[in-house]
Design a protein around this ligand. Structure first.
Ligand code: ADP
Length: 162
């Protein structure tokens, strides 16, 4: 039986921290699906289509990783892919409370689905899509935080009008 893990999130946009988690998951599971949530209370900067395209390019070198988007309840999506594992990243204690609540709620909804947490390389533990967008909006250097094509997309979103 193939062992599929779902890595869900907003990925608005995908950062090197997300990629670090994807690579770790790809080394452990036969198949990893990066699942991009349409509906987000976070009011994404990029459309779902743009987020999917950027993530696809970012993971193109990883043979067992796919990118998809979903609009349903996460556990329903996980089951539809015949997967039993949700992967989430944990950066710091500040992530813990929300992740703990989500994982236990998902377990209540779907006891057969397990959430596992992966920690990125320490230098990515302070990195988030939100802070990267804030730096890009103020024309700061984000080249260490996102892949080059994502940097380009962020630059063009925040291009100053003359
Ligand atoms: P969500 O809106 O679901 O929190 P995100 O795209 O912000 O979506 O994050 C998706 C997952 O990736 C979450 O588990 C988050 O904690 C994790 N994550 C985000 N940034 C990093 C990072 N720099 N290192 C490791 N994990 C991260």
């Amino acid at each position: 039986m193939s062992n599929t893990a779902i890595y869900p999130g907003s990925f608005d946009p995908m950062t090197n921290g997300h990629l670090d988690v994807v690579q770790r998951a790809a080394a452990l599971f036969d198949r990893v699906i990066v699942a991009i949530a349409h509906q987000s209370e976070k009011h994404p900067l990029f459309t779902a289509k743009e987020r999917v395209e950027m993530a696809r390019e970012a993971v193109s070198g990883l043979a067992n990783v796919e990118v998809d988007d979903f609009q349903t309840l996460l556990v329903d999506y996980v089951r539809s892919k015949k997967a039993r594992v949700i992967v989430r990243g944990l950066r710091a204690v500040s992530d813990f409370e929300f992740e703990f609540q989500m994982a236990l709620m998902n377990r209540t909804l779907a006891p057969d689905v397990e959430t596992i947490f992966m920690m990125p390389k320490d230098s990515y533990s302070y990195l988030s899509s939100r802070i990267t967008k804030q730096i890009a909006a103020l024309d700061g250097d984000i080249s260490q935080f996102v892949p080059p094509h994502v940097e380009k997309a962020l630059r063009s979103k925040f291009k100053r009008r003359p």
